[in-house]
Design a binder for this molecule. Structure first.
Ligand SMILES: Nc1ncnc2c1ncn2[C@@H]1O[C@H](COP(=O)(O)OP(=O)(O)OP(=O)(O)O)[C@@H](O)[C@H]1O
Length: 308
């Protein structure tokens, strides 16, 4: 089956020769129809530039891309009818009500709220009690649901969601991902960008992006499997001094704060006991060491360090 999205060596540069920012440095990937594909990376990684190119709002400097078989430059009109785009800071008209926003987006696409109502029904029903409220007066979670309904109003085949969960509370984030699962069931291909590494596990496949370059593309499980070294979570009474001492430990590959612990990546030949003895010798108290499974964030950090 043909890919729903193909990006080939996309390059995008902003600014003048003197102050050039290379937002995308040759990005390539393919997304299969019906996939939930995550683009995961920190602020400034190039996620928005990539989405704006794929939704025909920005021209690439180099490279090619196709969405639903259409070229993003030559066939931009066809693509605009086929994609749904939810930009980072929701594209709602703050002074229009919930219902007016929906009607407005429907009219742009020459459709009505009724025509594809089945697609948005489950989402819209959650905000319908507030249909007369101005969008500007909605909570973050409700704005997000309305923005999603607006992006779906014309039944797109490919949906682009740029950081849809940024600034949204944990419950709304969870509900949002459930909505994406339901949309996938209805055959919609979804590209979603996020700075939250924990959201990787909710995607079918992810691309980890940093400084305009894709560092890895795989299933969330595949990414985690690629982490090769022993990983420990370590804590002690003085966490600041602990980090300093860990950085001096000869058997160490890397260490970084991770929640209530510091994560420690050990050289293969280093043992947990060796590290424990070192920390005792440095006078640490209440020391706790445990082997942990790496997650996507650990992998991201490891890939970032090998890239630099
Ligand atoms: N119009 C612009 N002019 C100059 N530089 C820009 C412009 N748009 C983006 N950039 C720069 O390009 C790089 C990538 O930005 P982009 O917005 O694509 O990344 P992002 O991953 O979406 O990050 P964010 O979440 O901060 O938007 C950043 O360094 C950004 O400052």
């Amino acid at each position: 089956m043909n890919a729903a999205v193909i990006a080939q060596n996309l390059v995008k540069t902003y600014g003048t020769k003197k102050e050039e920012v290379q937002a995308l440095k040759g990005v390539s990937f393919e997304v299969a129809p019906g996939e939930i594909f995550g683009i995961i990376g920190p602020d400034g990684a190039g996620k928005t530039s990539l989405f704006r190119i794929l939704t025909t709002l920005l021209l690439p400097d180099e490279g090619q891309a196709q969405v639903d078989g259409f070229d993003v430059v030559k066939d931009y009109e066809a693509i605009r009818h086929r994609v749904g785009y939810m930009p980072g800071r929701f594209s709602l008209y703050q002074d229009l009500s919930v219902e007016e926003n929906l009607k407005f987006f429907a009219s742009i696409f020459h459709t009505t709220i009724r025509e594809h109502y089945e697609l948005i029904k489950d989402i819209y029903e959650q905000i319908e009690p507030f249909k007369d409220r101005r969008a500007g007066k909605l909570s973050g979670g409700m704005k997000q649901k309305l923005a999603l309904c607006c992006a779906l109003i014309h039944r797109p085949t490919v949906l682009f969601l740029d950081e849809p969960t940024t600034g949204v509370d944990a419950v709304s984030r969870k509900e949002f991902w459930e909505m994406l699962r339901n949309l996938k069931q209805q055959g919609i291909t979804i590209l979603v960008s996020t700075p939250y590494m924990d959201e990787a596990s909710l995607c079918d496949r992810v691309a980890l992006i940093q400084n305009g370059e894709i560092m890895s593309i795989d299933t969330p499980e595949g990414i985690v499997r690629s982490f090769e070294h022993p990983l420990l979570a370590v804590r002690a009474a003085n966490m600041f001094r602990l980090l300093k001492d860990l950085q001096q430990f000869p058997g160490l590959l890397d260490t970084y704060p991770f929640g209530e612990y510091h994560h420690v990546v050990l050289k293969p030949e280093t043992t947990e006991q060796g590290l424990y003895a070192y920390l005792q010798q440095k006078g640490h108290t209440e020391t706790k060491l445990q082997q942990v499974e790496p997650n996507v964030e650990d992998c991201f950090i490891a890939l970032m360090k090998t890239a630099t």
